[in-house]
Design a protein around this ligand. Structure first.
Ligand SMILES: Cc1cc2nc3c(=O)[nH]c(=O)nc-3n(C[C@H](O)[C@H](O)[C@H](O)COP(=O)(O)O)c2cc1C
Length: 391
């Protein structure tokens, strides 16, 4: 039996989106995931009240899995100054508060682990989203470094990264391992390795950013080595009964860059070292590749999830402009993906998964709402129904 047969949903009664999914020892209550979204609201990497409420509301909102924003494995290589972090034991209690609250509300909690590489330290989008200048970073008093496989900047706005030595590559791999151990201490259920969007591990994959001549550059196998070794090393310390996800940019879209054939090869290699789910995103290596070559549209990345699932025989998570319960359900029902992740739609409507459950399973089903709310919503629904009948 293949891994995909175990999650065949076609024979069961419930709508596919609402069916539970077993991933190793974890049982997700449905197929809806909160996609990673940077909040730029941490202080020295530590969870604040903002995160308690922000992730807490999603735990109440009915999703099966809440994934955090990219959480930095090193303090000197964050996406933004105020990223969540897991480079210190001091971060564990705050993250445990998040996972405890999710668990108390029957929701699984996952952490996205990241190293921003040559795209380290940009402004939050609300301040413009630009790369912070060297002058601003030096003046900030932060420890910071932009590093990459080669001394090639991500684009004009980014400073040139330092080329990592092999021993620095090993050190960063061990940072991911240390982060995974801390995530386990914080009772996190899922780790997602951020291998997409042009950050460190993604920058090793593409020949546009990786022009090394050692064992980490050149052939596809060599360019994949850092990602595969990191996944393998994390898998070795991450408990056997906990699932491991990897987010990939399936397409960068630029001529001579990373494409679908490469993604399928990487998915197979990651599966071989114990990755369970590929989260199928795209773009990010440079601004140009993101904007022009992966055109936006409703469900625009779903075909990537479908192709990876079919060709690599690994579970996938689809993401990108997924808007309605019917659309999300169709993605799972037709075998295009095993999980559906939503980002901005959930910023708009954090109770989207509970509402999707109601829409798909019957207008009177409020069972996905928190206990404290559901009876009131049910009563109101009955009143409104009576009123509309008597009109
Ligand atoms: C505010 C915001 C922050 C994001 N931060 C991250 C991140 O930390 N890691 C990541 O992999 N993707 C990040 N993304 C991308 C989302 O996870 C998602 O892939 C993207 O928004 C497309 O899904 P959507 O159309 O449902 O929003 C972010 C998106 C938004 C809107």
């Amino acid at each position: 039996m293949s891994v995909l047969d175990t999650c065949d949903v076609s024979t069961q009664d419930q709508p596919s989106l609402l069916q539970p999914l077993s991933l190793r020892g974890l049982k997700l209550k449905n197929r809806m995931t909160v996609s990673p979204m940077c909040q730029h609201s941490a202080v020295d990497g530590a969870v604040q009240d903002w995160h308690i409420v922000h992730y807490g509301k999603f735990a109440l909102g009915g999703a099966g899995l809440v994934l955090t924003e990219s959480t930095a494995v090193r303090s000197d290589s964050r996406v933004g100054v105020a990223d969540l972090g897991i480079w210190s034991d001091d971060h564990v209690p705050g993250l445990k508060r998040l996972s405890d609250f999710a668990h108390a509300n029957n929701t699984a909690f996952g952490l996205q682990l990241a190293h921003a590489g040559r795209k380290a330290f940009s402004e939050p989008l609300w301040e413009g989203g630009r790369a912070l200048s060297i002058e601003a970073l030096d003046a900030s008093g932060l420890q910071w470094r932009r590093v990459g496989p080669s001394a090639i900047a991500a684009s004009g706005e980014w400073s040139e990264p330092e080329m990592l030595t092999q021993s620095e590559i090993e050190e960063i791999r061990e940072d991911f391992v240390a982060a995974a151990k801390r995530a386990d201490q914080a009772d996190v259920d899922v780790i997602e390795l951020h291998f997409g969007h042009g950050y460190l591990l993604a920058s090793f994959l593409s020949p546009l950013s990786n022009q090394r001549t050692d064992t980490y550059g050149g052939s596809l196998e060599n360019r994949m080595r850092f990602a595969v070794e990191t996944a393998q090393a994390v898998r070795e310390v991450w408990p056997d009964d906990k699932p491991l996800f990897a987010r990939l940019s399936c397409l960068d879209g630029a001529e001579g860059s990373w494409g679908m054939e490469d993604t399928v090869a990487l998915a197979l290699a990651l599966k071989a070292v114990g990755v369970d789910v590929i989260d199928c995103s795209s773009g990010g290596l440079t601004e140009e590749t993101r904007r022009s070559n992966v055109p936006r549209g409703i469900g625009f990345q779903v075909p990537f999830a479908e192709e990876v699932r079919r060709r690599a025989g690994i579970m996938t998570q689809a993401v990108g402009i997924i808007l309605t319960p019917e659309q999300a359900n169709e993605i799972v029902a037709s075998g295009k993906a095993d999980l559906v992740a939503l980002g901005r739609e959930l910023l708009r409507t954090p109770y989207w998964p509970a509402e999707a459950t109601r829409v798909l399973s019957g207008p009177e089903d409020f069972s996905s709402w928190p206990l404290q709310h559901r009876e009131w919503l049910d009563r109101r629904h009955k009143v409104l129904s009576r009123l509309s009948e008597s009109e």
